[in-house]
Ligand binder design. Sequence first.
Ligand code: PEP
Length: 256
Amino acid sequence: MTTKMRPLVAGNWKMNGTRECLTQIKAIAEGVKGPLSEKIEALLCPPSTLLYVSTALADDSPLAIGAQDCHQDRCGPHTGDISADMIADCFGTYVIVGHSERRTHHGETDQLVRAKAAAAHEADLTAIICVGETAEERADGRTLDVLNKEICASVPEGARAGRTVIAYEPVWAIGSGHTPTAADIEAAHAFMRARLVELFGAEGQKMRILYGGSANPTNARDLIRIPEVNGLLVGGASLKAADFLAIYGAYEQLPA
Ligand code: PEP
């Protein structure tokens, strides 16, 4: 059974994008206007240097704007970091935490990711908490163990569905052009749904679980049909407005 909820299509620009890319953000903000936006939510997470200008550009659009990371503290001596409050101050409404690039390149642990998600909740932001196995963990048959560990340790106690999104991003699928089979994605999402319900009850039933990793305009139609896939987190293919909008528009063909 697929849990019915308003899907989310989110773009993660990572460390890409300067002011000249604002035309793409404007095009996305314009492109998601229309009846589909009542059913499908769109979100773009540009680099923090473009956060404030992006929320201004999307002001008259249903496009939500978010950040790609936040510090777990509200303020203080953390050179180079930004807080969840600062994201909210820029009118951002979402923040990605625990992306595998931060877990790997910045040594972020589940405990730190949970503290960041809690900070996001404190600031009234929706936290997109990323989880996913590496190629090695997958080869060892440990995918579900990893997902279980990361969900248990990275999602704050008492997390509510309205402020929490889980993104299943197999590390080996990110930026590789490869995706798991539909059956593997379905099994991972079904497992995560069951664990979320065990941990968070009715809230766990309503939390959106996104798939992320090499989603593109060609495979989006198949990915969004997989049970318990409640939207997509898109990296590379979100940089061009036309590609992001094609992925978002894939929902147009999905039977209600
Ligand atoms: C990501 O890094 O969040 C991601 C999904 O990247 P890509 O779509 O480029 O694989």
